[in-house]
Design a protein around this ligand. Structure first.
Ligand code: GLA
Length: 376
């Protein structure tokens, strides 16, 4: 090597080592994470922004600050081809329409139903806004799915943090509730959602996410051929308006039994209205545990659900009827997707035998759910 060559090599070595030692402390696998932002318009004076998190494998999740809504989730099939496995709309107006059936959003303050929107807490009666046949569904008329959250990006480019303060009296709920939700995309193709909240008055809290999954990425019009396993031997029986009766029947030998993987469509016709129930999860403790799987043999995509929650609402898109046009103007027909909403049980505040849903001042509500994607 001539003198010039040696000099060049020396300069490169110095540059390389100073770069590694002083400024770049990121692990190589972290280097390819990125977050991009796209404007999705405004609501009154607030900007609506879509944040897209991409991991080193190209797996991608897009989330709006409006409702903390997951708009897209691109994961590989068994050939390595990415496909968008969640239902949604192409633009904000889709999400703002009244017919939006909670596509991809965060749900609260109380996911699922509270009978007649009433409960008594510390001797005081509360009345919530009613939005579902005289009951309160998913937090009432203007739940957490219909508000703008404050977004920030914690270090590492793999997470999006959303915060929101729901004021004392919001939808009839007591206390100022300070809520934080962190979405994290793992390098292992997991989407993790960490929820936490604090309050200044005792109040019910039950937060979840309402993604509608179709693991074939729309190649199959329905999810009836997806195979599902739910780690649950009981479910909460409900009346005709899907309000729990308090009974927890065993699933064994009934169409509700998903203890071993079974096609969603296998016995769905025997369940009036389709699956829209809370399964009582078998849990070993309070840590993150795998409680459900869903598999689409046509694409090879497998989704495993881990949670710290005691219940799971498994909903098979029964109310979709082909009238709603989603992304790329596709009509979403009945059973086009399924939801796995990790949660405490419906109507918890009125059912003393159900796991506690009351958050007290000084305590912190915490809940963690992970949707893990792979292929087989
Ligand atoms: C939940 C409910 C369903 C339905 C959907 C939204 O899954 O349990 O009954 O309201 O949300 O359409």
């Amino acid at each position: 090597m001539n003198k010039q060559g040696l000099f060049f090599l020396a300069v490169m070595l110095v540059l390389f080592s100073s770069c590694r030692n002083s400024t770049d402390h990121t692990e190589p696998s972290q280097m390819a994470f990125k977050i991009t932002e796209q404007s999705w318009g405004t609501i009154q004076n607030d900007s609506v922004v879509q944040y897209t998190l991409t991991n080193p494998q190209g797996t991608q999740v897009s989330i709006l600050n409006y409702g903390g809504t997951v708009t897209q989730l691109w994961v590989p099939d068994r050939k390595g081809e990415l496909g968008d496995v969640v239902l949604g709309f192409d633009s904000l107006s889709g999400y703002l329409q009244k017919a939006n059936p909670y596509f991809g959003c965060l749900v609260g303050r109380y996911g699922n139903r509270i009978a007649k929107g009433k409960f008594i807490l510390e001797g005081q009666a509360y009345q919530l806004t009613l939005n579902d046949h005289g009951n309160t569904l998913h937090g009432g008329l203007q739940g957490l799915d219909k508000v703008i959250w404050q977004a920030s990006k914690p270090a590492g480019d793999s997470s999006l943090k959303l915060t929101y303060t729901s004021k004392d009296g919001d939808q009839g709920f007591p206390g100022n509730l300070m809520i934080e939700v962190v979405y994290t995309l793992g390098s292992d193709n997991a989407l993790q959602i960490a929820y936490s909240a604090t309050t200044d008055k005792a109040t019910p809290v039950n937060l979840t996410n309402h993604c509608y999954f179709n693991l074939s990425a729309g190649k199959q019009n329905t999810i009836l051929d997806h195979e599902v396993m739910l780690q649950a031997e009981k479910f909460t029986a409900v009346d005709s308006l899907l309000i729990p009766t308090g009974q927890l029947p065993a699933v064994k030998g009934t169409p509700m039994d998903f203890t071993s993987p079974k096609k969603i469509g296998a016995e769905l016709a025997a369940v009036k209205g389709g699956y829209d129930h809370n399964w009582v999860l078998n849990r070993k403790g309070n840590d993150l545990e795998k409680i459900a799987t869903a598999y689409d043999a046509s694409s090879g995509r497998l989704m495993e659900v881990f949670t710290t929650e005691p219940g799971l609402q498994f909903y098979t898109g029964n109310f979709l009827d082909g009238t709603l046009k989603g992304k790329w103007q596709q009509p979403y027909q009945q059973h086009a997707a399924f939801c796995m909403e990790t949660q405490h049980f419906p109507d918890g505040p009125n059912q003393p035998s159900f796991p506690n849903t009351i958050l007290k001042p000084g305590d912190t509500y915490r809940s963690l759910t992970r949707y893990q994607f792979s292929v087989k």
